[in-house]
Every structure is written in structure tokens, then in C-alpha cells.
Design a protein around this ligand. Structure first.
Ligand code: CU
Length: 67
């Protein structure tokens, strides 16, 4: 399980964009986004760097790892 703190998500559209980007970077993993806390949880075999790049390419900032 990889959990990232992402800045810049403000609405359901952002949640969909981030979910889509992460799913593309980590196929087969389960992605859940908590808009309120800005946390993105990826459950499955995901490359940390690929996921971070995908989120940043989608236009959001990864500001750290969530506990
Ligand atoms: Cu939005």
C-alpha cells in the first residue's frame, strides 16, 4: 500500500483525473482518493516513482507520503 499526499485536488473532477492517472501508471491496483485529506491510496504492485510522475503529469503536486 502506497499512500501519498496530493495538493491541488478541489472537486470530483480532480478525483477522477488523479484516479485515472494513477490507474494508468499502476494497472490492476486499487486506487482510492480522499478529497478532503488530499490522500491518494494505491493498493497493489505500484512503482512509487511512476505513480508520482503520473499524478504530477496530470497537474497535481505530490507533497509527501501519508502515514
Ligand atoms: Cu477539480
Amino acid at each position: 500500500m502506497l499512500k501519498l499526499k496530493v495538493a491541488g485536488m478541489t472537486c470530483g473532477g480532480c478525483v477522477s483525473s488523479v484516479t485515472r492517472a494513477v490507474t494508468a501508471a499502476a494497472p490492476g491496483s486499487k486506487v482510492s482518493v480522499d478529497l478532503k485529506s488530499g490522500e491518494v491510496a494505491i493498493d497493489g504492485a505500484a512503482s512509487r516513482q511512476a505513480v508520482i510522475s503520473a499524478i504530477e503529469d496530470a497537474g497535481y503536486d505530490v507533497i509527501g507520503e501519508a502515514a
